[in-house]
Design a protein around this ligand. Structure first.
Ligand code: ADP
Ligand code: ASP
Ligand code: MG
Length: 269
């Protein structure tokens, strides 16, 4: 059965109503797919945790990552509970439970390995895995975080590890724009763009995608879609430039083939 990874950002899970809306989106996709759903913390929660850390002037990097990543446990638990109430076979998973192994660079950890065998086993038993973004565990068992906005990178790394056919990033705008649409009302929505172009936008400040998530998608030739969890508009596709051109020449249309993918296993980032 087809396997899709979906990621919902903080604003998409910012209240129980919004999490119920996410559950509706998931329910529709589950008709013909298995899903891995990666979540951020409810909007504002990670900032609040950072404020607590600042208030006690904590320099304890191990504790700080434990605190910073705590919000994701709440959103993952809430969504999975809601899905179960709807009789969906769902399981909530924190980073260490998969595990998502990272290096020990607290607050900017890089993913080293994701246990595909373990995920496949979960996928056998469940239709929907609800995975905490942003967090991992190092080889000593200490909780790490990937850097602010890092849930996108979790989603892409998981999608690459399990050979998902695409990774959909749901957020509070309906796609990637020429410039931040919240700052520039004349910004134009882009239907599709190449990894390289997206990478340039992300690395020059377009926070709609975490830069490392774009690097990782490019490295694994994994198609991304950025779309809104509220409107039903088609999103923006981020694809391999060559594939896009080939497809246009062959078919005369500019739609994108989703059949591709190479396989990463370790040293993901
Ligand atoms: P999430 O919580 O879903 O991860 P983010 O706040 O990290 O959401 O990213 C979405 C935001 O990115 C949008 O609300 C928008 O203000 C901002 N943004 C910056 N540049 C762009 C761009 N070029 N296209 C779309 N959104 C952009
Ligand atoms: N919750 C984390 C943050 O606010 C991770 C993310 O949203 O991607 O940075
Ligand atoms: Mg983000």
């Amino acid at each position: 059965m087809a396997l899709l990874v979906m990621k919902f950002g903080g604003t998409s899970v910012g209240s129980i109503d919004k999490i119920n809306n996410v559950a509706n989106i998931i329910e529709k996709q589950l008709i013909d797919k298995k899903l891995i759903v990666v979540l951020s913390a409810m909007s504002g929660v990670t900032n609040k945790m950072q404020e607590y850390i600042d208030e006690i002037e904590s320099n304890e990097i191990i504790e700080n990552d434990l605190i910073l990543t705590s919000g994701e446990a709440v959103s993952v638990g809430l969504l999975s509970a809601i899905l179960k109430k709807r009789n969906i076979k769902s399981i909530p998973l924190l980073g260490w439970q998969i595990p998502i192994i990272t290096d020990s660079n607290h607050q900017k950890a890089k993913i080293l390995n994701i246990d595909k065998v373990r995920i496949d086993k979960y996928l056998n038993d469940y239709d929907d895995l609800v995975v905490a973004g942003f967090q991992g565990v190092d080889v000593d068992g200490k909780i790490t975080s990937l850097g602010r906005g890092g849930s996108d990178t979790t989603a892409v790394a998981v999608a690459a590890a399990v050979d998902a056919y695409r990774c959909d990033i749901y957020t509070d705008v309906d796609g990637v724009y020429s410039t931040d649409p919240n700052l520039e009302p004349k910004a134009k929505k882009i239907d599709k763009l190449a990894f390289e172009e997206m990478l340039e936008m992300s690395s020059t400040g377009a926070k709609v995608l975490h830069t490392r998530s774009v690097e990782l998608a490019m490295k694994n030739n994994l198609t991304l879609q950025v779309l809104s969890s509220i409107t039903k508009e088609r999103g923006t596709l981020v694809v391999d430039e060559n594939k896009l051109i080939e497809k246009e020449i062959v078919s005369g249309v500019s739609s994108v083939s989703y059949t591709h993918l190479t396989l990463p296993t370790s040293d993901l980032v």
